[in-house]
Design a binder for this molecule. Structure first.
Ligand SMILES: C[S@@+](CC[C@H](N)C(=O)[O-])C[C@H]1O[C@@H](n2cnc3c(N)ncnc32)[C@H](O)[C@@H]1O
Length: 245
């Protein structure tokens, strides 16, 4: 099992910090307008994490199968069908006639060769359907100190370490975030690293995996609101719509 990204931050706190309903709603709206445009209704999500995007799309009338290498769905997303799929190692034995698939915040965790591998497996699963994935082609400025209140308790996420090193086609970003409670007790740590490739490199990986890009919805990362905003022109991030070439 290839687990490249993990968090030690408790799910409830993680959800509030990094995948708020506001953020998931914004991203689900972008996905739903794409899938409607292409007439795709039966969808599969890869690397679903806590599962909010799938839950929201399901509420909008799409049929969604959530998948991830680990099941860490949280709250209402547990009501949706789920299958464990390690997208780096196989097509997960997922049967089903999908009109499309998507992944949010997944491609970014992969090295170039893993990105190609994952996309090839995704292509096997969705066949002629469309696949939508976001990517941030530039390094974001991450917040240093974020406070959230959950059930009357205060938690702070502190960015303790950050490192950027050049790699072929971009940079590798490493970080360590510590979450503490109101009396400074550590309740969770997330320590990870991921590459940030330039758009030409990501487009090349997509092509190498046998996909062609049909459409790009450009978005800009807003570090204060901690979510994407639609952009009129080319920007730091994008939702790429692709289909088997
Ligand atoms: C950065 S999180 C994003 C989660 C969610 N999509 C979101 O936007 O909040 C990356 C997700 O990819 C999953 N993942 C990591 N390696 C994977 C693999 N090989 N196959 C499938 N999912 C994987 C992790 O378990 C995690 O849920």
């Amino acid at each position: 099992m290839a687990v490249l990204w993990q968090t030690g931050i408790p799910r409830q706190i993680y959800a509030r910090l990094y995948c708020s309903w506001r953020r998931a709603r914004r991203e689900a709206r972008i996905l739903s307008s794409i899938f409607r445009r292409y007439g795709a209704r039966k969808l599969i999500e890869f690397g679903c994490g806590i599962g909010r995007h799938g839950y929201l799309l399901n509420q909008e009338g799409f049929s969604v199968l959530l998948t991830d290498v680990e099941d860490w769905r949280f709250g209402v997303a547990r009501r949706l069908p789920f299958k464990k799929v390690d997208i780096l190692n196989s097509d997960g034995g997922v049967g089903g006639d999908f009109d499309g698939g998507y992944a949010v915040n997944l491609m970014i965790i992969f090295s170039y060769s893993d990105m190609v591998r994952a996309l090839k497996n995704i292509s096997r699963i969705i066949g002629r359907g469309i696949f939508v994935a976001d990517y941030n082609f530039e390094l974001y400025s991450e917040p240093r100190d974020v406070e959230v209140r959950i059930g009357g308790r205060v938690y702070r996420a502190l960015l303790e370490e950050e490192r950027v090193v050049p790699v072929d086609g971009g940079v590798r970003y490493s970080y360590r975030v510590k979450v503490v409670d109101g009396i400074n007790r550590v309740v969770g740590v997330e320590e990870a690293s991921y590459p940030v490739y330039k758009k030409e490199v990501v487009f090349k990986a997509i092509q190498e995996a046998g996909f062609k890009i049909l459409d790009i919805v450009w978005v800009t990362w807003n570090p204060i609101k901690y979510m994407y905003e639609l952009s009129r022109g080319e920007s730091d991030s994008a939702f790429m719509v692709m289909v088997r070439a």
